[in-house]
Ligand binder design. Structure first.
Ligand code: NQM
Length: 377
């Protein structure tokens, strides 16, 4: 006997996973997490017994409920699982999975289409951040339906789809206490090797920042990289990954995050001069494998760091003039454009971030959970 749980399997931006109504899952978080691990087939490198795609970007789950606070239409809880670990982390955001929330809510009847476009205010329960998301809802013979087809293209996803715009309203200090959690725009840190590590102590300049996602940015060259490597090359470099992880554990503490060994952040981001006409080039570890592209809020945070005078990426970045900056973040599979509106009184402050994503309903059905797992729930 297995327990069926209604689910929509969706792509959100460059990520993918099952979406559930909160009311269809156990209310106790520990029981819910056991169910999610079973649904995804974790821990197992291949996730052979579940829906996970053997990569962090396809080990994600969306949980949606109607808004419970005034002005909020929908509330979204994002859960990051890992193929080979038994962790379910709900403490950080995912702007890619976020792109599928309004389509999911329209599919499941949580909200109604408003016209040719539908905008909903979404609260992420992970960090309390709010955003307005707009999707296309054209008239069809069956009434207004969310559209997945269109001309919008995002790097990291083949083909074209209907555009989804996300306007972030308040992103600074999502998980950390503020935008610059060390209190400085640039820090120089000394990383001591843990016992048995095959590298020497080293010093490096970093910018620790959280404008939607905690990130540590450092020059690719300072780690002996060009910044042009493919994710596969970086993922195969165990010596580099050991140094980056030691830097992550140290900066996690400096950012007030404590012991981050079991956390999926801060994301470790190598930056270098742009080479494709963008503002900055990136390779982003999330945090143990290199992203094939870059996360949404990671891109917002990189763009914000570029704007800040004195930051590590500021020196490398080529930014357009003006108070509303269209910032193109280069990544391994193309680029990610974020529009940053600066505070007219303080050009060092990003007031609003907007960006384009796409999403698609891939499959609808029921995720089957073994009775032994559900009965413990
Ligand atoms: O930064 C990957 C993704 C993400 C997160 C990650 C994301 C974001 O690409 O908002 O979207 O950083 O683990 O889905």
């Amino acid at each position: 006997m297995q327990k069926p749980i209604p689910a929509l399997f969706m792509r959100g931006g460059t990520s993918r996973g099952p979406f559930f109504l909160e009311s269809d899952l156990p209310s106790d978080p520990a029981a819910r997490d056991r169910v999610l691990l079973s649904v995804m087939g974790s821990p197992d490198r291949r996730q052979i017994d579940g829906l996970g795609g053997a990569h962090p970007l396809t080990s994600k789950v969306g949980i949606v409920r109607p808004g419970t606070v005034p002005g909020v239409d929908l509330e979204f809880l994002f859960a990051q699982l890992q193929p080979d670990r038994d962790t379910v982390d709900t403490t950080a955001n995912c702007g890619n999975m976020l792109a599928a929330v309004v389509p999911f809510a329209l599919e499941r009847g949580l909200i109604q289409a408003q016209g040719d476009e539908t905008t909903a205010r979404v609260l992420t329960r992970n960090t309390g951040m709010q955003c307005d998301i707009t999707v296309l809802t054209p008239m069809t013979p069956e009434g207004r339906r969310v559209s997945y087809e269109g001309d919008a293209r995002i790097d990291g996803v083949p083909g074209r789809s209907a555009p989804i715009t996300i306007n972030f309203l308040d992103t600074a200090g999502s998980v950390c206490a503020g935008l610059l959690p060390t209190g400085q725009v640039r820090d120089r840190v000394r990383v001591e090797p843990p016992a048995g590590a095959g590298f020497d102590a080293f010093e490096i300049e970093v910018t620790c920042i959280d404008n939607g996602m905690p990130l540590v940015l450092f020059r690719a060259g300072d780690m002996g990289c060009t910044g042009r490597e493919t994710p596969a090359e970086l993922n195969a470099d165990e010596a580099l990954k050991a140094r980056i992880e030691a830097l992550r554990l140290l900066t996690g503490k400096l950012m007030g995050l404590g012991d981050v060994s079991a956390r999926n952040y801060p994301k470790m981001t190598l930056v270098s001069e742009p080479s494709e006409g963008g503002a900055i080039s990136t390779r982003c570890f999330i945090p143990h494998v290199c992203h094939e592209a870059i996360g949404v809020l990671a891109a917002v945070t990189v763009g914000t760091a570029c704007v800040l005078e004195g930051s590590v990426p500021h020196d490398l970045a080529r930014l357009p003039a003006g108070a509303v900056k269209t910032v193109s973040i280069e990544h391994p599979s193309g680029e990610f454009t974020v529009e940053l509106a600066l505070d007219p009184q303080d050009p060092q402050k990003v007031e609003r971030a907007a960006l384009l994503r796409t999403a698609r309903l891939i499959m609808r059905g029921e995720a089957m959970v073994p009775a032994s797992v559900w009965s413990q729930a």
